[in-house]
Design a protein around this ligand. Sequence first.
Ligand code: FRU
Length: 571
Amino acid sequence: MKRNILSVLIALASIGTACAQETQFLSSNHCLYRIQQKDKCLLLPVQESAEMSNIKVIAGNKQMKSLNVRLAMNKVDYYVPLYLDEFNEEKTLALDIHVNGNYRNDGGISTFTCWKNIKNAESFDTKNREQYRPLYHHTPAYGWMNDPNGMFFKDGVWHLYFQHNPYGSQWENMTWGHSTSTDLIHWTFQGDPVQPDAWGSIFSGSSVVDKNNTAGFGENAIVALYTSAGENQTQSMAYSTDNGKTFTKYDGNPIITSNVPDFRDPHMFWNEDIKKWNMILAAGQQMNIYSSDNLKDWKFESSFGAEYGSHGGVWECPDLMKMKVRGTDKEKWMLVCNINPGGPSGGSATQYFVGDFDGHKFTCESKPEVTKWMDYGKDHYATVTFDNAPNGRHVALAWMSNWQYANQVPTLQYRSANSIPRDLGLFEYKGNTYCSVTPSEEITAARSKKPSKSLSEACEMVVNLKGDATITLSNSKGEKVVMTYKAKDETFSMDRTLSGKTDFSSDFAAITTAPVYGKMNKLRIFIDKSSIEVFDNDGKMAMTNLVFPTKPYDKVTIKGKTKKYAVYKLK
Ligand code: FRU
């Protein structure tokens, strides 16, 4: 053994058998970790404040995978699983580990606590032990989540893919995680079917059910388009012939390139009006629209938005859909544009434009300076809809966080949840057309049969309104959320400045205010451990905010003419 190479044998107990791994330290930043006995997974200890380590998984002399993990330097916050069973065919397996930072004057990587704490295991326990993990919202089984991606409905199953970091609860290693549900409320994690490759990590995108085999991958194949985030952002394709469980990447990737730096998040849909596919993607401060017959060859049609709406941040995650205007026989198109920062209360938010689309060009019906927001809370972002939803529904999910503090919210084994599912529509008010947002019917079906007056940590509270009202949810620690409806002003606001833990970010404590476009008669308030989503019963107002009370809110106080409310337990 060379003098500057330290070698230690770490005996680790796996279930039933003890096994040996060999760690060779090659410099203060670099080490080689040879795996001599392959269990199903290696549990890697993570410390969120540690420097980033890059791990290359090398099997049979080939690099199989590269991932970034904050390996624990002096304390373990939580574990993440590195599954090894996929490399079982190879005779030798090793990790080549490099940590960022300069450790020449101290022991460096050899002194990290991770070596004592790495574990071998046959499975990874994802049981929910966290105070703030919601009960009826989708969360990743473990690790970080941001945007919902590639969502589709097929054969009674809702498929939700999401921006996942399987190796830590902060943004990194972008991969498409996959969860499924038959009721939009209870979700099962299905793994990470679209993993980073030589073109980059896997950013947001969409999937469609290719009913008529236009792409040639088979009738009813699932075709996904996503952004490959490498040195530049390009668009790549993958398809699935097993209902979205596994995906095969297309040989000709990437299929769309550009020299625009922020060029991402393609959203495809079948446009019956022109009998072609359309796709919309964010390209700098505008949205590019394309068309295609086969999902592979895309023709650029037009751009929208350079002069329209809010431009306080990057345009991301678009969607485009045709909807009926409530109470009329009109149909209009709505273009969804998520923007970060620049939201109405700071940071991330979803704006939309109403107008007409002929398959080639979107024309906005309002003046360029008009900005419309879909939800006026601080925690509603990256909203997109499911492809192929039943009965022509437009079912949307948002990522329930804000880039201002998403990486710092006080959870550990997982970070971030999705909003409850919402059905989108259009309504008119004083000559303008707005997006209506209503909790999807599936959430009403999940209510307990009998309502009560007691608040619980996972419930829906329905409040009948008769003019101005102030609704306060509080706990015995003096933590509270105050919601105010001002009928004359036609506004609704939520104050979370004293809601509980707020000091993890100076951007968190906030009062958010929404226009309500007329009168509100009934509010639906969804509480789930660390989130509050409020909807006008007619869908004219939506507000989504995170809260982190140190004890669940258990007291309701209502000031105003109304005292009538009912609480339904959910789940
Ligand atoms: C939006 C976003 C997308 C991108 C993804 C990366 O939150 O920035 O534009 O595809 O997150 O994770």
